[in-house]
Design a protein around this ligand. Structure first.
Ligand SMILES: [Zn+2]
Ligand SMILES: [Zn+2]
Length: 423
């Protein structure tokens, strides 16, 4: 009996996440994390065009001895690391694409591609996930299960008419072989102070739906609107009526944003326009609220146009992104892991943000958990927000991100609270 207990205890101890070793290994990688991140930063590539990046990632994973599938979902890479001990399967995800922004930072690693910039920190995500692969490969013999590394293209949105991003990764089987049981991901920046980790056990990021509204008109001389059909006042009414959905028709306790970001119509001050086109975005934290507002928008656009004797159409582009809502069970496991890496104060419950991600689409296949990694550091002049020409990240945080990813994966494979033994 005592003998059996001894075996059980030593088995549990062997499987326990080796925090100290992960820390040492991640910190030893600091110079190479910076070097990889700077190399990617200097060579940014737009969505679905991450040729150099995907190739670099695939080569590095092969050099670490991982099984590599490449390309997946256009330019993506899936790496598989099978541990020396039996166990489950967990996935870690990074996105790799840059944005069409002309970098304004004066840094040695400034973008070498005019008009393209890693302004969302995906260079950091890619470098950290490569670092996590290196740390875990070094501990492979003791790893109790399998880790799948997802290097995803086109998080910022594939070019018009092209599939891409998380949905294409899922469609091409990135989570199927081996069958992934949980997916973890992170995002840098977003205003979070350096070396802190923002988590949630529910909604963390919003859904996002891009839409286009077209109002039909009939052009005539601007002095005789009654002889034509002016779409501009109809468009104005639609804009206001849509805001009434937010302010008057839906629960004030359910956060939502409905923005019309662009209106185009007309050619000259004294000509009634032929039509008006408007684009916008809808953000919510709840799939039911999202569906309800979409239906109300259809009704409103149609109704206002009809009342004015014209027609208008509302079209949502592709499927949009669902809200990023963390699985509560995974959060129970993940929060203690983040607290061990970032400290009790460093890991904090984050307020949900209205920005969006395609990460939750992995949730079609497995529960997901996502957190914010703080890389803002005013003392170093690193203050600009994501998607701006002066965005940068505090590279001193990179080893922390590596530790967090490795710790989350290992904790999932070897839960601190042992599962009840089979009888
Ligand atoms: Zn972004
Ligand atoms: Zn991003």
């Amino acid at each position: 009996m005592l003998f059996a207990l001894g075996i059980l205890l030593s088995a549990a101890a062997a499987a326990t996440t080796p925090d100290a070793e992960i820390k040492t290994r991640a910190e030893a990688l600091a110079p190479s994390l910076v070097a990889v991140r700077r190399d990617l930063h200097a060579h940014p590539e737009l969505s679905n065009r991450e040729e150099r990046t995907g190739h670099l990632v695939a080569e590095r994973l092969r050099a670490l001895g991982l099984e590599v599938r490449y390309p997946v979902a256009k330019t993506g890479v899936v790496g598989v690391l099978r541990g020396g001990r039996p166990g489950g399967v967990v996935a870690l995800r990074a996105d790799m694409d840059a944005l069409p922004i002309d970098e304004q930072n004066d840094v040695p690693y400034k973008s070498l591609t005019p008009g393209v910039m890693h302004a969302c920190g995906h260079d950091g995500h890619t470098a950290m996930l490569l670092g996590a692969a290196e740390v875990l490969a070094g501990l492979k013999a003791r790893l109790p299960g399998t880790v799948v590394f997802l290097f995803q293209p086109a998080e910022e949105g594939a070019p018009d008419g092209e599939p891409g991003g998380a949905p294409l990764m899922v469609k091409e089987g990135a989570l199927d072989d081996p069958k992934v049981e949980a997916v973890f991901g992170l995002h840098v920046g977003l205003g979070v102070e350096n070396s802190r980790a923002g988590w949630s056990d529910g909604a963390l990021l919003a859904s996002s739906d891009t839409f286009t509204i077209e109002v039909a008109g009939r052009g005539v001389h601007g002095a005789t609107p009654h002889l034509g059909l002016d779409p501009i006042p109809v468009a104005a009414e639609i804009v206001l009526a849509l805001q009434a959905i937010v302010s008057r028709q839906t629960d004030t306790q359910q956060p939502k944003v409905l923005t019309i970001g662009r209106i185009q119509g007309g050619t000259r001050f004294n000509i009634i326009a032929e039509h008006v086109v408007m684009d916008g975005t809808l953000r919510t934290f709840d799939p039911a609220v999202r569906a309800d507002i979409q239906a109300r928008m259809q009704r409103t656009v149609k109704g206002v146009a009809e009342a004015n004797g014209t027609t208008a159409t509302l079209r949502f582009q592709d499927d949009g992104n669902p809200p990023t809502v963390n699985d509560a069970g995974l959060a129970r496991l993940a929060v203690p892991a983040l607290e061990r890496v970032f400290g009790k104060d460093g890991a904090y419950r984050a307020r949900p943000l209205m920005v969006a991600e395609d990460f939750p689409l992995y949730g079609q296949k497995a529960p997901t958990f996502y957190f914010l990694l703080g890389t803002r550091n005013p003392a170093k002049g690193i203050e600009s927000v994501n998607h701006t020409a002066r965005f940068d990240l505090d590279e001193a945080t990179l080893p922390l991100g590596v530790r967090a990813l490795v710790t989350l994966a290992w904790d999932f494979l070897a839960p601190a609270t042992p599962r009840p033994a089979a009888r």
